[in-house]
Design a binder for this molecule. Structure first.
Ligand SMILES: Nc1ncnc2c1ncn2[C@@H]1O[C@H](COP(=O)(O)OP(=O)(O)O)[C@@H](O)[C@H]1O
Ligand SMILES: [Mg+2]
Length: 292
């Protein structure tokens, strides 16, 4: 037991691991309180829009069980994170390049396994994942529904968290509950941006955001930012049915234009927030977060 604690302390306090590259890669986690609000579609379409603007994002599908990203992209990856954990593949073969030229990592059962790994194993996964720095400038992490340990940890890892909310009252209250958990229980410092999805109008999106903004400000003393809105658009549904992301399926659709706008905002506001997080590399955060 003591040995283990000592080992853990060493890992957490090691200031200069060999693999530390002090991070140019930005990590953005996409989360929501409630499921079915549009996270996976947002993640995939946002990364396609970023790709169009000469970025090279990689998606980590951290929704254990549903694997929505690969379904939206119409792909069947050979390996998932569990294979990396069991050393059955390396990071390069874990990354699937989709037919639309964006790359993703399937979390698969590996996402759950991460919670039961000893610190030395976390360390070795960290060593593999740090190679992502050479492959991408933006890592987008799509999470599952609900406010659980997995979601919280991937939010803690991020430089920015995009919380997706729809105008449905339950989605707003669940979105608030997530923000509250991150800010109060875990005192997460990263920036929180809110996307209103499936809005019937710009005005409705603004109203929903304003409501959420004031509740967060008054009850959590925390300010959230508006990332933009995506209108409710039947084209998203048809695109999902065809297993083609909507920004490819119909570039001119309202939803596609909205995704593009949000991606543009993301790149212009890419100072990416928190100074203290910028100083510590994400890989150190990764080890600290996942060995706890
Ligand atoms: N802007 C939108 N307009 C209409 N339907 C949408 C929109 N965004 C998502 N959807 C639909 O909502 C459902 C859930 O989306 P998904 O991205 O899988 O959500 P999550 O990942 O949050 O569970 C899908 O059927 C999708 O087609
Ligand atoms: Mg999903």
């Amino acid at each position: 037991m003591n040995d283990q604690a000592e080992q853990l302390r060493k890992i957490v306090s090691s200031t200069k691991p060999v693999e530390d590259k002090a991070g140019n890669m930005k990590i953005i986690t996409i989360a929501s309180g409630k499921g079915g609000v549009g996270k996976s579609n947002f993640t995939v379409n946002l990364s396609l829009c970023l790709k169009q603007q000469q970025k090279n994002p990689i998606i980590l599908d951290a929704d254990f069980g549903l694997a929505n990203v690969e379904i939206i992209l119409g792909e069947r990856p050979k390996f998932n994170l569990a294979h990396l954990i069991r050393e059955e593949c390396d990071l390069k073969s874990l990354i699937t390049k989709s037919k639309y030229e964006i790359s993703f990592i399937s979390g698969g059962s590996g996402i759950n396994e991460m919670f039961f790994l000893p610190p030395d194993k976390i360390e070795s996964i960290g060593k593999s994942l740090v190679q992502l720095e050479d492959m991408t400038d933006i890592l987008l992490i799509d999470t599952g529904a609900g406010i659980n340990d997995i979601v919280v940890k991937f939010c803690m890892l991020a430089h920015e968290v995009y919380v997706i909310v729809t105008p449905e009252p339950t989605s707003i209250t669940d979105g608030y509950a997530l923000i509250k958990t991150l800010r109060s229980n875990f005192t997460m410092q990263s920036k929180i941006k809110v996307v209103i999805n499936k809005a019937s109008s710009k005005q409705e999106a603004h109203e929903v955001f304003t409501k959420l903004f004031y509740v967060c400000k008054n009850f959590l003393n925390s300010e959230i930012e508006y990332a933009g809105y995506i209108p409710y658009d039947e084209k998203v549904l048809s695109a999902v049915k065809s297993q083609i992301p909507v920004v490819i399926y119909d570039k001119k659709s309202k939803a596609s234009e909205a995704y593009y706008q949000i991606s543009k905002n993301l790149l212009t506001n890419h100072t990416l927030s928190d100074k203290t997080q910028e100083k510590t590399s994400w890989i150190n955060r990764f080890k600290r977060i996942f060995t706890n």
